[in-house]
Design a protein around this ligand. Structure first.
Ligand code: TYD
Ligand code: MG
Length: 479
């Protein structure tokens, strides 16, 4: 174990003791509390406002020595044996399906035993509701599940369960915050899945800092990780999100767990999107869409219909495009508002798509279409709170801006797809077939798409497909 202070390598422990005092020897016992700089790793016996090593302010965090080892110490670890990769057996059947398709898909096809899943989101977005509903579905499938709440009393949990109409003899609930008790409970009951709501309320008696502090959150997560890996119980950790949108507690938390899901949405909008931002067992492109009703969360099987439900018809600045989210196409409405800038530098406010991408497309429009956008404020939004980061929506963005700028609505029942290059050429996109099919299914009768993609969509009936080669052809086809 490293000593607390830098000492010449040749020094024996005895010389260290003589030269640097008894306190250091004491600190070498596992379980001793030390303060470690999160920037450079400098260690100190007492808290300091500024790290003497790297000069960082407020970077020292309480830690217990020896916590990087699983409980029981190094001797309890069995040495792993390397095996040829071909002989590793995959058992997809081991995944536990929750039966909530939107959730299973985001997880990559169900819950992996022994995995730790962090579910983050703003307060009041519906994390506890989602977790209870998932546990309920598992309980209905005869699995024993445990919901541990550190935020609500049993009565409050019961009230919520009654409201969403759930309850089962296999769904166990407890109001508990002490890590040691949680551990003991899990060991005794051995549930098939458990939820800790929230990780910020859990604390261990071994650290003096308050629940929710960086060291407590990290310690609790570390222990629960070990618990999951040792017992094979999948553990959900609910995490609060700070003002700037990150899960409160150390960033480290996201690195430690297997899967990080964010539950997002506008408070005043009924739609909620579950997004994987990290997944060791599946893709991170998948999203799950839910609707918050009076009686809990409902799966939205057909998100295109939902995202287009409030779309105004035939107004300038609105256009529909199709984006691939994970394995399925979703139709989205892109909106743009272009108006004269009242101050010197025109504004570029963008929600849901990359602002740099929009600037690039605006530059192409100025050069190739001769639009005077330098003097205009431009606002772009993807409705429904969805975020898209694929270039296939370029043509949609340009169409929305062009439509608002020229104050002409895009032709009725038209979907626009395509990537735009810097010379104004429309470039081919991937998975064009499923996108066009989705558009046709949703009642669109006309689709503008890259000419090079035309050959990929033969055989899709009931929708007129129009190939576009350059951005300058767009005006004639759009309006
Ligand atoms: P909750 O799950 O407590 O959110 P979180 O755990 O993320 O803080 O959800 C609380 C919100 O959801 C609250 O504003 C009320 C609303 N809600 C419904 O609209 N319908 C319901 O059936 C439930 C249980 C909650
Ligand atoms: Mg909650």
């Amino acid at each position: 174990m490293r000593s607390l202070f830098h000492c010449p390598t040749a020094m024996s422990d005895v010389t260290m003791l003589v030269s640097q005092g008894e306190s250091i020897l004491k600190s070498k016992k596992p379980g001793k509390i030390i303060f470690v700089c999160q920037g450079c790793g400098y260690q100190s016996l007492k808290w300091l406002g500024k790290c003497p090593e790297c000069g960082e302010w407020d970077s020292l965090v309480e830690e217990r020595q020896g916590t990087t080892m699983p409980p029981g110490g190094a001797t309890s670890i069995q040495q792993a044996q390397p095996v040829p990769i071909d002989s590793v057996e995959m058992d997809e059947g081991k995944r536990i399906k929750t039966g909530i398709q939107e959730f299973d898909r985001v997880l990559g096809g169900g819950l992996v035993p022994g995995s730790v899943i962090l579910v983050g989101g703003d307060p009041g977005i519906g994390k506890s509701t989602l977790m209870l509903q998932i546990l309920h579905r598992l309980a209905e499938n005869k699995l024993k599940v445990l919901y541990i709440s550190g935020e609500e009393s049993l009565e409050q949990i019961k009230l919520r369960s009654d409201r969403i109409g759930i309850g089962s003899e296999n769904l166990w609930v407890v109001s508990e915050v002490a890590l040691e008790s949680i551990r003991a409970m899990a060991d005794e009951m051995v549930p098939n899945a458990m939820v800790i709501d929230s990780i910020q309320t859990v604390f261990t008696h071994e650290l003096a800092s308050a629940p929710g502090s960086v060291s407590q959150v990290r310690e609790a997560t570390l222990h629960l990780m070990h618990l999951a890996k040792q017992t094979g119980i999948p553990v959900f950790l609910v995490g609060h999100v700070t003002k700037d949108g990150a899960i409160a507690g150390p960033r480290l938390l996201e690195h430690m767990v297997d899967t990080v899901l964010y539950f997002e949405g506008e408070q005043n909008n009924i739609f909620r999107i579950l997004r994987a931002v990290k997944n060791r067992f599946g893709s991170t492109n998948e999203i799950g869409v839910f609707e918050m009703r009076d009686n809990g969360l409902c799966e939205v099987m057909n998100p295109s219909a939902i995202f287009l439900s409030n779309r105004p018809s035939l107004v300038p600045g609105s256009v529909v495009t199709a984006s691939i989210e994970g394995s399925r196409p979703i139709l989205l409405e892109l909106q743009a508002l272009v108006g004269r800038a009242s101050f010197g530098t025109p504004r570029r406010t963008v929600l849901g798509v990359d602002v740099n991408r929009v600037s690039l497309l605006v530059a192409v429009m100025e050069k190739k279409l001769g639009f005077q956008l330098m003097t205009q404020d431009i606002f772009v939004n993807v409705t429904g709170g969805v975020k898209v980061d694929e270039p296939a929506v370029d043509l949609g963005i340009v169409s929305a801006i062009a439509s608002s700028f020229s104050d002409k609505p895009v032709r009725e029942a038209t979907v626009v797809l395509g990537e735009i290059g810097l010379t104004g050429e429309i470039r081919g996109i991937n998975q064009v077939g499923p996108r066009v099919q989705e558009a046709q299914k949703m009642g669109f009768t006309r689709c503008l798409l890259p000419e090079t993609n035309l050959e990929h969509i033969k055989g899709i009936a009931d929708i007129e497909t129009v190939g576009v080669r350059t951005i300058s052809e767009l005006a004639d086809l759009l309006f």
